[in-house]
Design a protein around this ligand. Structure first.
Ligand code: SER
Length: 886
């Protein structure tokens, strides 16, 4: 029975019993305790706890689940997948133990014709919690399971909780006996490989408190109602109903293994090591695809890190099995085919999934080889030195320069019988982070010790008035100079000014700080940067341009109108580019960072591929279209939940306060959480001119653009450039590309001609070169450096010609030249020379050693290439020595 059908039968069985069919929730739910949804009950948790009223009292679902605790175990044990589908039925205070048990039993044992799974009841075993006599009695008396096939287990096995505070309860599990070839007799308590667990029925009536693990916690109370939560492993049932050995051989995963066999040339079932690699590929491809489907992109932390680790393990396993080049697309495509019948949304999202996965592969393949070499050489070194540990700095270099997740390094080390100094690694990581942070902070805060600002952060947060005004009156609360509080400062000095209120925007959210000036009765100062400390106090970095400034004085703070105007243009322009980008590339193009300053913006986002010219043009057009539509720009203060409901884009991992600010340009066109300053109408942004796009690290791309008058300036410079070209080419501008192409072709042809002429010249000199031959040990030797720029092919022609002229005498010819930064060389020997025991291979070897290169070939003819022209004359002497020694 195919997996898809198993799913359908399950759902039908429970729908017929009055359950509401609930679609699977996303793998990513907002639960701070969970990276991914890992059980069918997770989306229903608030119902069990009584926090929310369920819209149904009975439900059934087939939930996508991911468990990634033991990634290293994947494929070694064959009952676990990192992704699996949990089929469940749930009762929220409706039915309890008796129906739960009977409903599960009837689906398992009902015949296939009647819509069941047709398991032989004689092969089913059950376990119950130690003191759960009620469940044991239902199994025995009402269902008819013989007492000897009902076993009792303790808390670790038969008391289910999420591992953290939440709903819990005793459970009863159903097992299938796969027969003596899978292990020993004695039921699930004796062997859980032979007796495979297929279904867990949780009688969820209690609430778990703090504690550790599965059996070391307190029960803090009863839930408002007695509930049922069950989970049947679709993959395991498929394994049994399809009569295969393990979950990797079921209809969903086997095709991926088969495809991997084709790609790698290795065979599944030949060695244990290779089998594990095949299973890793099959498992991780499926999990990777499902995670990308739900919006995860590869990264260095949290969910992104797990995805990156999975994808990189696939790539490495495929390599180890013998694959060369890229494999991701073909493998993922197989998963697409097996999974789409159950998850039709894969089809709509395929392009995005493909590009994320392939992008990660491209990025990793670039460094996999160099990283592996580095690792191997260290592993060898360590072993030779009698050490069993890979040092922390090697692991750090592998991570930092070669993109190896630390877990991958640890796995590689384990494969070579080594361990990794992970403490050393983590302390280097921490140092790097601290350095980056300190650099940033120090730069921005003028190297002051942050503690001097503490009392202001606690007691005098700055009131920011700049959203609606450019000018404000305020009071100087403090002055900081060279990291210390000062009372006053005079003309020419640089100080930080803390005001009680300010219209100056402090650098945040990618928007650069405002510029402008501060004026008081006795002083004037230019503001050239503004930074926030503790998110609350504004530090104005100023130069006193006249008079003396003192704490306690009144000031007029005035933001430069021109600066602010252009800064707003750039920031709103960034939002338009972001919105346009998502229209063109799809919702996975998630923001990774941005910077905007007057007239210019830069936007970084996660995306695997280089953008095409058409995509860039489309983005530019959509953004400028939005400018032209003259949308109203509105800002709304609301709660984070409300903002998300409105569809506002929030950055993953960003820490938002209880109130958030939503900036909306044209309603749904662009809606983002943002504290920055924006134009009132989109037309005020002026033209947006995209400069180009580039890569900034693995899987991240950057778009840069000008806004407003800077766009005009840019476009007019480009225009001047084009007209300059048109004048020099004496052609109208639209003909420039053709002209340049024609010119390039002409130039190439001319270069070729010059080369041919030079070769003719060289050939005509061959006679002269031969005539100047020397004789070593009775062998005629023509070893010469020819003029620069003679390539390998021409050297060969000339060498053959020289050899022919030397006829039947023993003769050795070696020609070399300096061709750019290469030193090609060719040796040709007459048969008579070969008869005397000389070989062209030995000649090029001797020469190559002196010019930092290598070569090889037949006894009569060999060639090679080096890179150190300084060694040419030593090389020529070495050739003679070889002949002398022969
Ligand atoms: N929540 C239980 C489990 O995950 C039953 O669905 O096993």
């Amino acid at each position: 029975m195919q997996t898809h059908e198993i799913r359908q039968r399950f759902t039908e069985h429970f729908v017929n019993l009055g359950h509401s069919e609930v679609p699977s929730a996303s793998l990513i739910l907002n639960d701070p305790n969970l990276l991914f949804v890992n059980a069918g009950m997770v989306p229903f948790k608030p119902f069990f706890l009584g926090q929310q009223t369920p819209p149904y009292d009975k439900a059934t679902s087939i939930q996508k689940c991911v468990r990634t605790l033991d990634i290293e175990e994947v494929g070694i044990t064959t009952r676990h997948n990192t992704f699996f589908q949990m089929a469940g039925n749930f009762s929220f205070g409706d039915y309890f133990k008796e129906s739960a048990i009977k409903n599960a039993w009837s689906l398992l044992t009902k015949s296939v014709e009647d819509g069941g799974f047709g398991f032989n009841p004689e092969l089913l075993w059950v376990t119950v919690y130690l003191d759960d006599d009620e469940a044991a009695e239902i199994w025995e008396k009402q269902v008819g399971v013989p007492a000897e096939r009902i076993q009792r287990l303790g808390m670790a096995d038969n008391y289910w909780s999420m591992g953290v505070p939440g709903p819990c309860g005793p459970c009863s599990e159903i097992y299938y006996d796969r027969g003596p070839e899978y292990g020993k007799d004695g039921g699930p308590i004796a062997d859980d490989n032979r007796y495979m667990e297929i279904w867990n029925l949780v009688f969820m009536g209690y609430e778990r408190g703090e504690g550790i693990g599965k059996d070391n916690f307190e029960i803090v109370g009863q839930l408002p109602k007695k509930n049922i939560d069950t989970g049947m492993g679709i993959e395991r049932v498929a394994c049994l109903l399809q009569g295969v050995d393990n979950v990797y051989e079921t209809d969903l995963l086997r095709p991926v293994i088969e495809e991997a066999e084709k790609l790698t040339g290795a065979t599944y079932g030949s060695t244990q090591t290779n089998d594990v690699r095949f299973r890793v590929i099959a498992d991780h491809c499926r999990t990777g695809l499902m995670l990308i489907l739900d919006g995860v992109t590869p990264g260095n932390e949290g969910r992104g890190y797990i995805l990156r680790r999975l994808l990189r393990r696939i790539i490495r396993s495929a390599r180890l099995l013998g694959a060369e080049g890229e494999t991701m697309e073909v493998l993922m495509d197989t998963v697409r085919q097996t999974m789409t019948p159950s998850y039709p949304e894969i089809a709509e999202n395929w392009e995005r999934i493909r590009s994320v996965a392939v992008g990660e592969e491209k990025a990793f393949l670039k460094t996999l080889e160099s990283g592996s070499h580095l690792f191997e050489s260290y592993a060898e070194e360590a072993k030779a030195a009698g050490s069993t540990e890979v040092p922390g700095d090697v692991a750090f270099a592998l991570h930092d320069t070669h993109g190896f997740p630390i877990d991958l390094t640890m796995e590689m080390a384990a494969e070579s019988g080594l361990s990794v100094d992970s403490e050393g690694f983590h302390s280097l990581m921490a140092e790097q982070k601290a350095r980056a942070k300190a650099d940033n902070q120090a730069k921005k805060l003028g190297h002051a010790d942050e503690s001097i600002y503490r009392s202001f952060v606690d007691n005098h947060p700055t009131v920011f008035t700049g959203y609606d005004q450019l000018e404000d009156e305020g009071l100087i609360l403090a002055l900081v100079q060279d990291g210390a509080l000062v009372e006053r400062a005079s003309e020419g000095s640089r100080v930080q000014v803390i005001l009680d209120r300010t219209p100056f925007y402090a650098e945040a959210g990618g928007q650069m700080a405002d510029r402008g000036d501060l004026r008081g009765e006795s002083f004037a100062a230019d503001v050239d940067d503004v930074q926030k400390v503790g998110k609350k106090v504004w530090l104005h970095n100023v130069t006193i341009t006249g008079g003396e400034i003192a704490a306690g004085q009144k000031v007029t703070a005035k933001v430069s109108r021109a600066w602010r105007h252009q800064a707003r243009q750039a920031h709103s322009g960034t939002h338009l580019i972001h919105a346009a980008l998502r229209q063109v590339l799809g919702p996975t193009a998630v923001q990774a960072g941005s910077l905007n300053k007057p007239g210019y913006l830069r936007f970084d986002f996660n995306y695997g591929d280089q953008l095409t010219d058409t995509q860039l043009r489309d983005i530019e057009q959509i953004a400028n279209g939005a400018v032209d539509t003259d949308y109203e720009v509105n800002t709304i203060e609301t709660s984070l939940d409300e903002a998300k409901k409105m569809g506002a884009m929030a950055l993953f991992g960003e820490n938002y306060g209880s109130k958030v600010r939503v900036v909306e340009i044209g309603g749904p066109f662009s809606m983002e959480l943002c504290g920055g300053i924006h134009v009132d109408h989109s037309s005020q942004i002026g033209p947006i001119a995209i400069l180009g796009e580039s890569s900034v690290g693995s899987g991240t791309r950057r778009i840069e653009a000008y806004t407003g008058m800077d766009s005009m300036g840019y476009l007019s410079r480009e225009k001047n450039l084009v007209s300059g070209l048109a004048t020099s080419l004496k052609a109208p501008s639209e003909e420039i590309p053709d002209r340049i192409e024609a010119l390039t072709a002409k130039l190439k042809a001319a270069e070729k001609q010059v080369q041919q002429l030079r070769n003719q010249q060289l050939l005509s000199r061959v006679g002269e070169l031969v005539a100047n031959a020397t004789s070593v040990n009775g062998v005629t030797v023509v070893a010469q450096q020819l003029p620069d720029g003679v390539g390998a092919g021409d050297l060969r022609t000339i060498a053959m010609d020289a050899k022919a002229r030397l006829g039947s005498e023993p003769a050795v010819v070696l020609f070399t030249s300096q061709d750019g930064d290469k030193v090609p060389f060719v040796a040709a020997l007459t048969d008579a020379a070969v008869d005397r025991g000389l070989k062209a291979g030995d000649i090029v070897k001797a020469f190559g050693e002196k010019v930092g290169g290598r070569g090889g070939g037949k006894p009569q003819m060999a060639q090679g290439s080096g890179s150190e022209a300084a060694g040419i004359s030593a090389g020529l002497s070495a050739v003679k020595q070889v002949i002398e020694g022969a």
